[in-house]
Ligand binder design. Structure first.
Ligand SMILES: Cc1cc2nc3c(=O)[nH]c(=O)nc-3n(C[C@H](O)[C@H](O)[C@H](O)COP(=O)(O)OP(=O)(O)OC[C@H]3O[C@@H](n4cnc5c(N)ncnc54)[C@H](O)[C@@H]3O)c2cc1C
Length: 465
């Protein structure tokens, strides 16, 4: 592909072909802008991608990715690129205790009628054997407290708040440490209360569908191939194996010049859709600007948390469940990939086990981690004991997700970048269907997720209404 070198046409360059970059690029292309999406690697998807694992000879995701009904922007992106039907949705969850006792969770009906949120999940929660009566009372107390707004500037940790609201051991370990700590991928003492409150509200209180879980029925890279087709079909392009090393702004031509090791690219607008480490590497090679040092200081305060996944192939089916929440052990989630992705051929079964927010599991050697996973799995599914393990893979993603510790909002970069505001499109013709976009004010109570990865330059950006 050519890139937009020497083009006089106004263009947008999106740097980073992960979910953030693909989503921004496709939204901009749909709005009629000419976009070049630039990706350092030879494929799209970033941390949400799949590949043929050389050790097992199978295409696997770098980890199971799930979305929820409340992830409306991600669902909108899937609809935009035409892959929404490749997501399998379920509202049923099964919690399993070691020994095999099961507690089904999910929405309930009253006769023919769906119970409205937040009551929809209550009947099954009340009858769940995984929780004692005291656990249920504690959870009800915490949920009702979280229905009231939490100050957006609270610096309390979720752990401190839970202790203040007298959560039982069962509620702490079987709900908060598992469900919420997995959603935000950190230990409860490392999660800022407003973020936990937002998860609870979004997942359980807004609508019954909001808590439904979506999983791709195809490998992630196949899912995101839709983004490349979408862009190229609209006169935009994707440049692979292109690592942006520096960017210069020319006031006269109102153009960015982006430098890679072998070429230069021109662009009227620039969107950095990078993780904070990659942004930090680029910062010294961006033009000087008031506010750049403050941005660097903000970025340095962010940290990633790990997620590990163990992929096991057995010679037979070990469970008929599609997925399950595993209690009281290192393993957190079981995804039965043979059932979720029925196109996978073979007589045995393939299950993926996910360990969120566990720095200790991430420190284990491969064989120890796999052995631990198999022995724990057998506690939940007795068929594992008589099944033959045919092959296994361990994937550790040390920088899986950004942490949201108490006080992190003070280090949340603004969506208005420190770099120059170009005269276009602020004074140029406005592309059809676009409105001027300004950085949102932080709401007083329910903050949005931090946009640490997304910097927008020039200072005014255009988004579809
Ligand atoms: C194991 C694991 C499990 C997860 N599970 C879930 C889940 O269940 N649900 C969920 O919502 N999220 C999940 N996540 C988080 C999710 O994957 C990330 O939040 C998301 O993929 C981040 O997308 P991104 O575009 O911000 O960053 P990235 O995916 O990191 O993309 C950034 C891209 O920029 C490229 N790049 C970097 N520097 C340059 C440069 N200088 N020039 C050009 N390109 C560059 C990189 O190669 C990369 O492709 C999980 C993550 C992991 C790792």
């Amino acid at each position: 592909m050519s890139g937009f070198e020497h083009s006089s046409e106004k263009t947008v360059t999106v740097v980073g072909g992960g979910v953030a970059g693909m989503s921004a690029a496709c939204a901009l292309a749909e709005s009629g802008l000419r976009v070049q999406l630039v990706e350092r690697r030879g494929y799209l998807g970033g941390r949400a991608s799949s590949y043929r694992h050389p050790g097992v000879g199978e295409v696997i995701d770098n980890c199971q990715h799930v979305l929820f009904g409340c992830c409306t922007n991600l669902s909108g992106f899937y609809r935009r690129i035409g892959v929404a039907e490749k997501i399998h949705w379920t509202s049923e969850m099964t919690m399993i205790e070691p020994g095999g006792r099961r507690s089904p969770l999910g929405p309930s009906k009253l006769g023919p009628f769906e119970l409205p949120a937040p009551l929809h999940a209550l009947p099954k929660l009340l009858s769940a054997s995984a929780f004692t009566f005291a656990d249920k009372l504690a959870l009800a107390r915490a949920f009702s407290a979280l229905m009231r707004p939490v100050p957006g500037d609270s610096t309390e940790s979720l752990g401190a708040w839970l202790r203040r609201h007298k959560q039982t051991e069962g509620a702490l370990y079987r709900f908060w440490r598992l469900v919420i700590a997995s959603a935000l991928n950190a230990d409860i003492d490392s999660i800022a209360l407003p973020y936990a409150a937002k998860v609870i509200r979004e997942l359980f209180m807004n609508s019954a569908f909001a808590g439904s879980m979506g999983m791709s029925t195809v490998p992630l890279s196949e899912l995101y191939a839709g983004a490349e087709e979408f862009l190229t079909g609209r006169g935009s392009e994707v440049l692979f194996n292109t690592n942006i090393e520096a960017a210069e702004w020319d006031e006269e031509s109102a153009q960015w010049t982006l430098t890679t090791r072998t070429r230069t690219l021109m662009s009227g607008l620039l969107v950095l859709a990078l993780p904070f480490e990659a942004t930090a590497r680029l910062l010294p090679n961006l033009p000087p600007a008031a506010g750049a040092d403050a941005l660097r200081a903000q970025i340095e305060r962010h940290q990633h948390w790990p997620i590990c996944s163990v992929h096991l192939w057995f010679d037979r089916e070990i469970t008929t469940l599609d997925h399950a929440v595993l209690l009281d052990r290192e393993l957190h989630w079981m995804y039965n990939k043979s059932r979720l992705q029925p196109w996978r051929k073979g007589k045995g079964s393939y299950v993926e086990l996910v360990v969120s927010a566990s720095r200790s599991f991430a420190a284990l050697e491969r064989n120890d981690a796999i052995a631990l996973a198999v022995s724990e799995l057998a506690e939940f599914f007795p068929a594992v004991a008589s099944a033959k393990l045919e092959k296994a893979a361990l994937i550790k993603e040390v920088r899986a997700t950004f942490g949201v510790p108490p006080g992190i909002d003070a280090a949340r970069p603004s969506s208005i970048s420190p770099w120059p505001t170009a005269s276009w499109p602020a004074t140029g013709p406005r592309p059809a269907g676009l409105r001027q976009w300004r950085a949102p004010r932080a709401p007083a109570t329910w903050p949005q997720k931090p946009s640490a990865r997304l910097l927008v330059s020039p200072g005014v950006f255009w988004m579809r209404t």
